[in-house]
Design a protein around this ligand. Structure first.
Ligand code: ZN
Length: 244
């Protein structure tokens, strides 16, 4: 479990770095450098979680403050990987889940910062979903396809009703994620995303911090809901049905 956690923090660190470079339009390759002084970072500066804590969030070379985004991405990655490993026996399934987790984290970080979900990432989620659905869903690839279709239908309807309140990327991304779930779990996934996203915007409205006028990025909520659903759908569904 500790091994999975450490693996997850390394993934989170890498993903956060990728997200930062994609958002700023820089190339993915090349050594990491400080954003303020461009000093190349040494290996000891790149240890997930510990480097940040040890340096107290400042650059070793120029003292500029480093944003805590990557620290949170590393911790989230670590916890997410540990949960995947806990829920799934070692094998192809856990590898697919790790892949999904990484992409979800990347999409959440990018969408949070620039409100875009890149098509290339959606495509990877879709291909992974067909594989995962075909191998691990009780209804196989048919269930997988119906999950994608129903997510697409519901999100498209909301997209048209809300007239720009929701992005087209959210619609495509939900359809791709639905391929991982099948029909029942897809409904659970959308419900979770809307509940968490709704609570968040209600909190913003009440606190008045954004006046509720700016569109909030919905991608991070879709990503969080997708992660919870892919691991815990059976528990959530039986809990849900027991409510009635
Ligand atoms: Zn620096």
């Amino acid at each position: 479990m500790l091994f999975y956690f450490v693996l997850g923090t390394i993934m989170g660190s890498f993903i956060c770095c990728c997200a930062g470079r994609l958002v700023n339009g820089r190339s993915i390759s090349g050594r990491s450098a400080c954003d303020a002084c461009w000093h190349k970072l040494a290996a000891r500066d790149l240890v997930p979680v510990f480097s940040y804590l040890f340096l107290r969030g400042r650059c070793r070379y120029c003292g500029a403050a480093i944003g805590s985004t990557c620290l949170w991405a590393e911790l989230t990655g670590g916890i997410a990987f540990a949960l995947c490993g806990w829920q799934t026996a070692p094998g192809l399934e856990v590898v697919l889940l790790f892949m999904l987790t990484g992409i979800l984290l990347l999409i959440a970080l990018i969408d949070w910062q620039v409100q875009i979900i890149p098509d290339a990432l959606i495509f990877v989620v879709a291909v992974g979903g067909l594989m995962y659905g075909g191998l691990y869903l009780p209804g196989g690839i048919t269930d997988s396809l119906f999950g994608g279709l129903i997510a697409f239908g519901i999100m498209l309807a909301i997209f048209m009703i809300s007239r720009g309140g929701m992005g087209g990327g959210d619609v495509k991304f939900s359809a791709a994620v639905g391929l991982w779930f099948g029909v029942d779990a897809t409904l659970m996934f959308l419900l979770l995303a809307f509940i968490t996203g709704g609570i968040y915007s209600a909190v913003l409205l009440v606190s008045g911090s954004k006046a509720g006028k700016e569109a909030i990025p919905f991608g991070p909520f879709l990503c969080a809901a997708a992660f919870v659903t892919v691991l815990y759908a059976p528990y959530l569904l039986s809990f849900y049905w027991n409510l009635f």
